[in-house]
Ligand binder design. Sequence first.
Ligand SMILES: Nc1ncnc2c1ncn2[C@@H]1O[C@H](COP(=O)(O)OP(=O)(O)OP(=O)(O)O)[C@@H](O)[C@H]1O
Ligand SMILES: [Mg+2]
Length: 392
Amino acid sequence: MDIYSNRNTLKFIIMIFALLIGGFSVLYTNDLVKRLAEREQKLIDLAAKGYREIATTEFSESQGFLFREIIEANTFVPVILTDEQGNYISHRNFDPPAGLSPKKQQAYFQKRIEEMRSQYEPIPIEFAGLKQYIYYQNSELINQLRYYPIIQLAVIGLFVLMGYLAFSISKNAEQNRVWVGLAKETAHQLGTPISSLIAWAEYLRTKPELDAEGVVAEMDKDIQRLQMITARFSSIGSEQKLKLENVVEVVNTAIAYLRSRLSKKVEITIKSDPEEGEILALINRPLFEWVIENISKNAVDAMAGVGKLSITITELPEGNVQMDISDTGKGIPKNQFRKVFEPGFTTKKRGWGLGLTLAKRILEQYHKGRIFVKSSEPGKGTTFRILLRSRA
Ligand SMILES: Nc1ncnc2c1ncn2[C@@H]1O[C@H](COP(=O)(O)OP(=O)(O)OP(=O)(O)O)[C@@H](O)[C@H]1O
Ligand SMILES: [Mg+2]
């Protein structure tokens, strides 16, 4: 199944598109800013010429016109006019903060002049042996435009994120319904034939002549197995109460049951810390046994039936129980540590890729616990770590 690699390709293509759109938007706005800034610079140049003209020729009608048209046309580029020593004379297109003392105001303009000088060289105006300077800087519009692509990208990003969240939440809700519905239905359907089988076994027990070779005892084992499967499916299909159980005992029982069905060449050890006594954790027994079974089966598969499987159960101080399950199998590549938990991910010919999905689901949703690949080395082995709680 390669729905996952397809999904990753799709994600990659969307990322590339997002980067292209983002990059184009930034470049385009930068070009716009540059052109606007050039235009503003020309305007200031023109204004400077206007000043010079007014200062050097005698006042006339046409000067009044020049003054209005050229200098007052600039309603957006902040400018300060200073004398030769750089002392403030007048300003345009920005408001100094109100209520400043003359001294503070002087300092304020001085700061603005410095700011302007760092952006553009002032334009000198000379007339009648006097010299003045026009300081100016980019208009508010240009500054805003510079930040525009960032704001735009942030808004788009937020939008995409919201869409993605909404989508994945509804997808999860849908998956939940499928899981739960299917599990409930399976448990329900198994119920009738199992009760019937139990009755048949009872009937056979009353007729010793029919039970010559201990068939009924074998049948009972299969019935028990079927009942266990039903218990698992019905547990996953409904909200479950957790019980404090001794997980060392639970793991031992589950493994003892598995051992008879696994290759004899797998050496299984179970250790606990503290060694003596119980280690209690809040679990749903049928479901937790299912987890142990799935992980152990995977381990045995990974070792191709030969190797060591060791389980270490440790009581942690903060009311947590930690369980490490290690094998000496083929290992998992680092880039698949998360992937192995996705439904449908399998490297086996006859695998469904559901074992670990189910384990993760059981631990996270029903036990408020965790499961992850703690470590793995190709060719050497893998350790899965499970965390359980011993307090609600
Ligand atoms: N202990 C392990 N060592 C190496 N690879 C592992 C181990 N456990 C799981 N995997 C990898 O993770 C994949 C997914 O495991 P999962 O149990 O979810 O599905 P599966 O075993 O392939 O199929 P099934 O649904 O029958 O369990 C496996 O196919 C395998 O490649
Ligand atoms: Mg499996």
